[in-house]
Design a protein around this ligand. Structure first.
Ligand code: AMP
Length: 175
């Protein structure tokens, strides 16, 4: 079985969560499978080795594979969190949602000028979250080296939104 097939088999589809009409891609069964989790990290590490200086993980499922990936590559891990969660001085970016707006933050001293940063999250849907993360990193003069996701919901065309930052967009499984 390929890695893609193994991930597809492990993901649990939960209908109507968190609201009616959404099919939630639950990755928790992957976390319970340590050999598959290791294989995923090895695959990401092979793809990004030598190309990035840091991994930025988006709260909260972006932390699950983002931090082990940074450790595997011997590079720093950056936390991107929802407003109000980080204790030290922060830089923030506000973005529009379908209804209302959201704001994400990271610590001021984490991204240095020209640092090649990989934006990582578990899943790419509309691309709004990853786009906001990219804007936040650029605000600190970081360079967006690419994006990585376990899952892409291709029918939502999220990739199109991210191509203005980098053409290096890796998704292990596509739906
Ligand atoms: P978006 O900003 O639309 O690309 O949404 C991406 C974020 O929402 C990621 O952090 C995902 O974890 C979460 N997300 C969106 N849709 C789903 C889904 N169908 N299943 C699981 N997570 C989702």
């Amino acid at each position: 079985m390929t890695l893609e097939q193994k991930i597809d088999k492990a993901i649990r589809n939960v209908p109507d969560f968190p609201k009616p009409g959404i099919q939630f891609k639950d990755i928790t069964p992957i976390l319970e499978n340590h050999s598959l989790s290791k294989e995923i990290i090895e695959s990401f590490a092979k793809q990004w080795e030598g190309k990035i200086d840091a991994v930025a993980g988006v709260e909260s499922r972006g932390f699950l594979f983002g931090f082990p990936l940074a450790l595997a590559l011997d590079i720093p891990f950056i936390l991107i969190r929802k407003k109000g969660k980080l204790p030290y001085k922060t830089v923030s970016y506000k973005y529009d949602l379908e209804y209302g707006s959201a704001e994400i933050e990271m610590h001021v001293d984490t991204v240095s000028t020209g640092m090649r940063v990989l934006v990582h999250d578990d899943l790419l849907a509309t691309g709004g979250t990853a786009e906001a993360a990219a804007e936040l990193i650029r605000k600190e003069d970081g360079f967006i080296a690419g994006f990585s996701f376990l899952v892409e919901l291709g029918f939502l065309n999220g990739k199109e939104r991210l191509e203005k930052y980098s053409n290096e967009i890796e998704c292990l499984v596509n739906y």
